[in-house]
Structure formats: structure tokens, C-alpha cells
Design a binder for this molecule. Sequence first.
Ligand code: SF4
Length: 102
Amino acid sequence: MKINLTRLLTPKEQIARWRENIPDLFNGSYRRNYDKAMSGKSLRAAVTAKCLDCMCWQQAEVKNCDVITCPLYPYKPYSARQRSRGGVDTKQMEQKQCPAGI
Ligand code: SF4
């Protein structure tokens, strides 16, 4: 396969190519969510799309994400923490990292 390096993709083509690489799971819900995010009308969809991308499109990995330094962490989907919007519960994170409390 020949690759034409002289032709750069337009922004529209880049987005279309990115979208093609999103796994076609759950009746295309990941792609629909991406479309919603890219429409600029939903920050929630944008956070969901970014978190799924970050965790290789594995919902369970997003749910279990414990990168508390990430600015999206308080808003990440698939967790009660996201719904409560209570911010980062550092006390809970400390207990998670050290159940014995030592
Ligand atoms: S909150 Fe976690 S899953 Fe979401 S972007 Fe940050 S590190 Fe990735």
C-alpha cells in the first residue's frame, strides 16, 4: 500500500478517520457519543469520549481509573463519583490505596 505523504488530511478527514477507529460497540453508542462531543454541544459527551479513548474503550477501566491528578477525574463517567460531582474524595482514595490505614 502506497502512502501519499504530500497530502495532509483536512480537519474533517482527520475527525472521520478518528471516528472510524472507535470500536463499533453497543449499537454504535461510542461513535454516537463521539459525534455528540464533536458537535460542541455536550461537555459530558466530550468527557465520556476522552475517558473511553484514554482507557482503550473499556468502560470498566474508566470506572476503575484512579488517576486522581487528571483534571477529568471528578467528572469521569461510569461512577457514582461522577454523578455526585463532589470532586475528588482524597480520604476515600487514601483508604483505597491503603486499606489497613497504615
Ligand atoms: S479521568 Fe481517568 S480515564 Fe478519564 S481521562 Fe483522566 S485518566 Fe483517563
